[in-house]
Design a protein around this ligand. Structure first.
Ligand code: 5AD
Ligand code: SF4
Length: 462
């Protein structure tokens, strides 16, 4: 690459306008934050090619559903939604329906056979091909591209933000996943792990700052294994260095990231977090189970003790840091005792927040091929209820400790319950609600906490 790191990228970005003829696209997004950015990448590719984005399904000529395969019920939701689309197709036979994202990648051609109304199937690494595929589908051909790539990071594409607020944005820093946890479909749907050129990340962040955004969340399946090798000087940029580069763009920009893998969560990242006030003090560290045998079967690459050591390091280097996690109940062979190990770990760590799921067997994963999905659904549900109850208690305890404290809050929007109230988040990622006054969305305000529930903090602006 020449002197100007972005020279080639600018050339790439001005894609030839293949003439979408102003056709309107409606994009519906399911699944994780990564899918949210991917929809924004798709919106950028399509608008660069003469299409426009519609917020209204009724007005659209093309419907794209960005899908998730993580659990069986995520796929069911999409199938139901496809059923809803039938009425639009009936009204106007010219409407094109595309399934994009993880389900497209997992099911490939089968999706075109099973869901007759689907015209296009496009995997997560094939979005640049969308304008061409729309053209093909428009002329009555089956349009499919589910090739996975070892290089594609959409680094040159500046996502068109589809979010409702202009305050917070997601920035993708890598794609794919090499972890191969035994239960997980992601390595199959999103392919091999690859990191995005850090200079393009910084350029995107600077562009967001120029547009008035106040917070970015750096996204990857396992951000701790981010690595970029600069071929010119053989310098390697780790996640900790990238985090520092982003934090330095502006002291007024909040920086978050997700998701971390306990196996790769190193102290250098924690020290970088401690060094910069604008890196939010919150870590999402999915543990999945508190039992070593289950962790081994899940092929997570760490033990309970290792995880506890990482939590201790976080509490020491970053006192007061928000902590959240993910849990799966009823994984293959999980005994009652092993489930209790998860409960005891939760209590020990005192998580502020958690995402909790029943194990859902996914086709072609190691667990599906080699282990037995032998925990009855009632048992999975009972254990799930148990951990949800415990987490609610832990969240409430954690929130109660915040009463009387004052936090800096970035205002994100109007409270769902009342127009007279606004909400935002503190550095620890807790939702804080307060009276509107003459505060604007996007402002930083200091809020003194006066009351709480297990889900939110409430307070007064000081
Ligand atoms: N069944 C249930 N939960 C799963 N997750 C991933 N795969 C599965 C599965 N097969 C959960 C994990 C992960 C989160 C994103 O989804 O907890 O961290
Ligand atoms: Fe995101 Fe995983 Fe769902 Fe794909 S399968 S959308 S990576 S959560």
């Amino acid at each position: 690459m020449g002197k100007n790191k972005f020279e080639n990228l600018d050339k790439l970005k001005i894609l030839p306008n293949t003439g979408g003829n102003g056709q309107k696209i409606y994009i519906e997004t399911y699944g994780c934050q990564m899918n949210v950015v991917d929809s924004e990448v798709v919106a950028a590719i399509m608008t660069d090619n003469g299409f426009s984005i519609s917020e209204n399904l009724e007005d659209a000529n093309i419907i794209l559903v960005n899908t998730c395969s993580i659990r069986e019920n995520a796929e069911q939701k999409v199938r139901q939604r496809l059923n809803d689309y039938k009425k639009y197709k009936k009204k106007d036979k010219g409407i094109l329906i595309g399934v994009i994202g993880c389900m497209a990648e997992r099911l490939k051609q089968k999706l075109l056979e099973e869901e007759k109304l689907v015209d296009m199937v496009i995997g997560p690494d094939a979005y640049r091909d969308l304008p061409k595929l729309v053209e093909e589908a428009g002329s009555g051909q089956q349009a499919i591209n589910v090739l996975l790539s070892r290089e594609e990071t959409y680094a040159d594409i500046n996502p068109v933000r589809l979010g409702k607020n202009n305050v917070t944005a997601f920035v993708s820093i890598m794609r794919g996943c090499d972890q191969m946890c035994s239960y997980c479909v992601v390595p199959f749907t999103r392919g091999r792990e690859r990191s995005r050129d850090p200079y393009t990340i910084i350029r995107e962040v600077n562009d967001l700052i120029a547009k008035g955004y106040k917070e970015v969340t750096l996204l990857g399946q396992n951000v701790n294994s981010y690595i970029w090798e600069n071929k010119e000087n053989n310098r390697k940029i780790s996640f900790a260095s990238l985090l520092e580069m982003v934090a330095k763009t502006s002291p007024d920009l909040r920086v978050r990231y997700s998701t971390s893998h306990p196996k790769d969560m190193t102290d250098d990242v924690l020290h970088t977090m401690a060094k910069y006030d604008n890196i939010c003090k919150n870590i999402h560290l999915p543990v999945q189970s508190g039992n070593n045998r289950v962790l081994e079967n899940m092929r997570r690459g760490y033990t309970r003790e290792w995880y506890m050591d990482r939590i201790r390091a976080i509490k020491k280097i970053l006192p007061g840091c928000g902590l959240s996690s993910d849990f799966i109940t009823g994984f293959c062979d999980e005994t009652e005792e092993e489930h209790k190990d998860t409960l005891s770990l939760m209590k020990w760590a005192g998580f502020d927040f958690a995402f909790m799921f029943k194990y859902s067997e996914r086709p072609n994963t190691y667990a599906e091929r080699k282990l037995k999905d032998n925990i009855p659904d009632e048992t999975k549900s009972r254990r799930l209820t148990k951990i949800i109850e415990l987490q609610n208690k832990l969240s409430l305890e954690s929130n109660k400790k915040d009463i009387g404290k004052t936090f800096e809050v970035l205002v994100e929007g109007v409270s769902r319950k009342s127009d007279e109230r606004l909400f935002g988040r503190n550095s620890q990622n807790k939702v804080v609600v307060f009276d509107r006054g003459n505060i604007e969305i996007g402002d930083y305000v200091n809020v003194k906490i006066t009351e709480c529930t297990s889900a939110t903090l409430k307070g007064i602006v000081v």
